[in-house]
Design a protein around this ligand. Sequence first.
Ligand code: FNR
Length: 359
Amino acid sequence: MSADRDAERRHDRKEDHVRLATMQWEPAQGDGPAARGNEFDDLDFVHHAMDAVALEPVDPATRMFNRDAAWPFYINGMTGGTAHTGRINQQLAIAARETGLAMGCGSVSIALDDPDAAPGFRIIRRENPDGLVMANIGVGRSADDARRAVDLLGADALQVHINAVQETVMPEGSPRFGDWLSGIEAIVAASPVPVLVKEVGFGLSPRTLHRLADVGVRFADVSGRGGTDFLRIENDRRPGGDYGYLTGFGQSAPACLLDAASLDADSRPTLFASGGVRNPLDVLKALALGAEAVGVAGAFLSTVVEVGAEGLIELIGSWQRHTRELMALLGAPDLEGLRGTDLLIRGRLGEYARLRGID
Ligand code: FNR
């Protein structure tokens, strides 16, 4: 394939991802994550009417990469590399700056291969010089690429995504799954900033977390199913659409977090969670199950595409208010308090917990 044709296909893919992901989060579609429900709905906080605490001292601050972070949720890695997706990154960066959230970006690989794609990532640092920013590359890229990705953004951390399911179904996918672990080990050793390994919506099992920890990974985002569905996105991009039967493959974020509790805290990375987070209650449930911070992709992307940076700033502001209010309601002055709350697990998630021997 010629270099031009290659660049054009990468460009089209970025645009397809944003378009198809946004459709999944559009309530009018009727079957997207906002309407369909997911395994966060299988979790209920038991309401203790006398437990509520005063709002004023409630502090939802957390630690991200051993740094203080004022808010326990962040804008997860999504896009960049074309003029349109660069503008989306700009708006996301403005929203992150105005609300004090950390943010990621989509895979920077496109800009490592084609310098014309770089401005749509650099804009993030330009708009948000002081915020916590994460670069992003795919597993399988070299340690040198990892360093270049971090440099390009002046990033504070590096997300490395594992996407075997996506690569399997993606029309132009390259399922070369062989050497991922040694590749990750090399990236961790070479990266000038902390590395966070993440899925893209299919979950990380305890075995995976354990293997990652073994090669030095200290941070992992389980990114489970139940939100943006890359199986469906890639299947919709295939002329024949012949992988639809795989729908539902993988584990949800709540399932991954419950599972991860079986591992010694010392033998697993610090856990972040994402995948299907639709509102502040989902954020609190993930935190209560042990996540240190919670990533939000599709819900924020659909907002920024529909109503721009101002609309996203408003939405994030309301999530921030609600997060503190709900913590007060649950009697949790901080995240540690949240981990002591009573959570009921039922439905499909309860069945998963039972089959996996989780109490
Ligand atoms: C993503 N995601 C993603 N993740 C990653 O590590 N690198 C990437 O390049 C992308 N690209 C991307 C594009 C678009 C349009 C979306 C919506 C998402 C995955 C994202 O970070 C997250 O793991 C999943 O989307 C699940 O979270 P939500 O969307 O259910 O909140």
